[in-house]
Design a binder for this molecule. Sequence first.
Ligand code: BV8
Ligand code: ZN
Length: 256
Amino acid sequence: MKGLIPDQITKEVQYSCHLVVFTGAGVSAESGIPTFREAQTGLWERFDPEELASPAAFRRDPALVWGWYEWRRMQVQKARPNPAHLAIVELAQRVPKLTVITQNVDDLHERAGSAEVIHLHGSLHEPRCFACGRAYAGVVTDLKDQPSSERLEPPRCARCNGRVRPGVVWFGEYLPQQAMRSALDAARHCDCLLSIGTSGVVMPAARIPEVALENGAAVVHVNVQPVEVSGPGEYSLVGRAGELLPALLQQAFPTS
Ligand code: BV8
Ligand code: ZN
């Protein structure tokens, strides 16, 4: 019975010795986490996310930005990994080597069971002092369920009294060097890269699938929107990650 996934793509995964899974906000969409560009709600409706996700915005109005990130962190805390995250964990049991690289700042890959996830844009779960860099994981905020309508003052650093900031990479900030190095190394040496749920507009992360392609790997885009492909070895699978990844897993490694 013909499956959802074209045979050529199934084979690329089935015979892969080193598979890279590169994810964007679309992989968490079916967990109920709004993608970065979906309309912000509540207090942040009138802001362009790229405006808010910047050091300047935090300096200008730390309580507005801290409130937005804490509300997003609460959203993630209430969310659960979806079938796409779980299929990625299963794939890792079936191919010799699998590397997960994510642009997302949620911890849904980890909570699904993925190990050693490379976070190119940091994480909501590693706040740090903006002034001296001291880590402040485990900050507790009892945010109401509704988008916070009031600003939320960020905590102060016990060491230098600086403001605590989200542990994410903002626009205009460099990506963590080690993360980018490991991601590029995996992209250069893999034989197949699945690019899941990303619009591929944010640099330099968006280079990762290109580097894999330049180094001879097959690249498969999984997105609800068709992705323009440049030639043989690059494929666009149109559909929801939560449906296509379990189908790809099942077709490449049928359970006995
Ligand atoms: C840097 C953390 C050096 C914060 C994020 C002009 C040209 C080129 C580059 C630039 C430029 N001007 C500035 C730049 C650099 C800039 C950049 O790339 N800007 C873009 C907008 C043009 N990049 C930077 O600043 C980076 N740093 O370059 O440093 C430097 C230093 C000093 C001065 C200059 C440069 C830092 C970038 C990191 C930004 N931080 N996140 C936070 O989360 O708040 S990026 C943020 O946006 C997310 O992490 C995400 O990765 C990214 C994109 O967001 P979304 O669009 O929501 O998500 P995604 O792209 O993943 O799209 C969702 C996709 O899923 C869609 O395609 C949708 O169709 C699909 N989908 C939806 N549902 C499903 C689905 N697919 C499958 N199944 C579904 N169910
Ligand atoms: Zn400090």
